[in-house]
Design a protein around this ligand. Structure first.
Ligand code: ADP
Ligand code: AMP
Length: 213
């Protein structure tokens, strides 16, 4: 099963994608996580991506598309995957469409996690991420068992650089301009599914499971 998660930054794509990956035994692919891993390792790609991410801008398609295509060509993607944070532009969606069609295959669902802008600022202000394993928490809605400590690997939790309020506003306007048109794009392809992302994390996941089963 091949699934795309759509939604504003902070809508809960990653939170739900991790659960989907576990439930259906498919890899969770986050282009944001791939960029952050490269930043941590100080690769050339990481340094270039960081200059855009810190400003709340999209990393250019030329860089992003190659990374995604390399990742989905790996063996563990044979039975499908859940994409989180890709595509973010129509050209990115077209590249993915071509790659999948070439394999006589298709994307099964594009799930839009719908959350209004008012809630997004609150979501991202409270997001905490593990420095080591990338697990995500929220100080109010999904707190770790021990403050500032990852439940999974016990490492420190941090505020992502791009979750600062000024950057969040930028990311939201980039989302409306460049990513939101994908909702209509996938609706026209007949694979768009909407979920109300303002509900509790478990309720959103129940709604997603109903779509996928
Ligand atoms: P995205 O991957 O779309 O950027 P995340 O999955 O990282 O978003 O979620 C953003 C923040 O909101 C995180 O701190 C997460 O714990 C929290 N969150 C996710 N889903 C919900 C929800 N349904 N209700 C409340 N908080 C949520
Ligand atoms: P995310 O972890 O999905 O919130 O992504 C964090 C940041 O990484 C985004 O704000 C972008 O700067 C960059 N990024 C992640 N995925 C993409 C993509 N598909 N296209 C362009 N930039 C991306």
């Amino acid at each position: 099963m091949k699934i795309i998660m759509l939604g504003a930054p902070g809508a809960g794509k990653g939170t739900q994608a991790k659960r989907i990956a576990e439930e259906f035994g498919i890899p969770h692919i986050s282009t944001g996580d791939i960029f952050r891993a490269n930043i941590k390792e100080k690769t050339e790609l990481g340094m270039e991506a960081k200059s855009y991410m810190d400003k709340g801008q999209l990393v250019p398609d030329e860089l992003t598309v190659k990374i995604l295509l390399d990742r989905v060509a790996k063996d563990d993607c044979k039975n499908g995957y859940v994409l989180d944070g890709y595509p973010r532009t129509i050209p990115q969606a077209e590249v993915l469409y071509d790659a999948v069609t070439k394999l006589d295959d298709k994307i099964d669902y594009a799930i839009n996690v719908d959350v209004p802008d008012e809630n997004i600022i609150d979501r991202m202000g409270g997001r905490r991420a593990c420095v080591k394993c990338g697990a995500t928490y929220h100080i109010k809605y999904n707190p770790p068992k021990k403050e500032d400590t990852c439940d999974i690997c016990q490492s420190n939790l941090i505020i992502r650089d791009d979750d600062k309020p000024e950057t969040v506003k930028n990311r939201l306007s980039v989302y409306h301009e460049q990513t939101q048109p994908l909702i209509e794009y996938y609706s026209k392809q007949g694979i768009l599914k909407e979920v109300d992302g303002t509900q509790d994390i478990d309720v959103v996941f129940e709604d997603i499971k109903k779509i996928l089963k």
